[in-house]
Design a protein around this ligand. Structure first.
Ligand SMILES: Nc1ncnc2c1ncn2[C@@H]1O[C@H](COP(=O)(O)OP(=O)(O)O)[C@@H](O)[C@H]1O
Ligand SMILES: [Mg+2]
Length: 239
């Protein structure tokens, strides 16, 4: 199976090379756990490898995403300028249309119950996609309809051989009874928890599911620094 690098060397090793190509991976976690950063590192790496990339954001403007990426040492701006990377902002609207927000950035208005409408926004030649966050589309929608639309989206992405990270905030994930995990090829949960041995709060990720991949169910400790997300080794070394 072909894989796309996560942009985090040690995580690539844990996933036998990276995210399975042409599949959708669900990333869940509370605010501040690093979902957006994980997406940024994936897209930065894919852009560097010459892939056509796309970020669909419901929370942040393209300007903020570019700024946050730059602060962590992942300069996406050159890729954005040469159209290798497109960043689209989605706002909730009664009708679907494209407009300009007060900060001058372009956005697309969408019914938030229309998750499958995203397929119309995705460029035909996109190879690496991040949707941040699909939780927004579960609000005010019944469970059955949300699941059907998510299935349609992941089916579309898979037929187009597009590798996607679908971010979902933990609250929306819990409120939808974690059904998104059934519609996606793999799941990574980002968490913060107290280490019982040291009493310190630690970030760790848990990979309950990754089809076609040998995975360990042990928690993977990581850290977020000026250089983004890095995984700890058992010796506490980072890379
Ligand atoms: N330079 C940095 N050093 C340490 N932590 C950082 C740095 N930059 C960002 N972070 C951490 O990353 C978090 C934001 O990550 P983000 O990907 O936006 O989270 P999420 O998308 O899950 O809400 C911040 O709350 C902060 O704890
Ligand atoms: Mg985020």
């Amino acid at each position: 199976m072909n894989r796309l690098s996560t942009g985090i060397p040690r995580l690539d090793k844990k996933l036998q090379g990276g995210y399975p190509e042409g599949e959708s991976i669900l990333i869940t976690g509370e605010p501040g756990t690093g979902k957006t950063i994980l997406g940024i590192q994936f897209l930065h790496q894919a852009c560097m490898e010459g892939k056509k990339c796309m970020m669909i954001a419901t929370e942040e403007t393209p300007e903020k995403i570019l700024l946050h990426a730059k602060l962590l040492g992942f300069d996406l701006e050159p890729f954005f300028k040469e159209n290798r990377l497109s960043i689209m902002r989605i706002l909730e609207m009664r009708t679907s249309y494209t407009g300009i927000s007060t900060d001058g950035s372009q956005y697309t208005g969408m019914h938030m119950d229309d998750l499958n409408n995203l397929t119309h926004l995705i460029a035909d030649d996109a190879e690496a996609i991040v949707v941040d966050n699909i939780g927004t589309f579960s609000i005010g929608t019944d469970l059955r309809s949300f699941r059907d639309k998510l299935e349609e989206l992941t089916y579309f992405l898979s037929t187009q051989k597009m590798t996607a990270l679908l971010m979902m905030d933990k609250t929306a994930h819990e409120l939808t009874y974690r059904i998104s995990e059934y519609s996606t090829y793999g799941t990574i949960r980002l968490m913060v928890k107290e280490n019982p041995y040291t009493g310190k709060m630690e970030r760790f990720m848990y990979i309950p599911k990754m089809r076609g991949t040998r995975i360990s169910l042990d928690p993977i400790i990581y850290d977020i620094s000026d250089e983004g997300i890095k995984l700890s080794t058992t010796q506490g070394k980072k890379d």
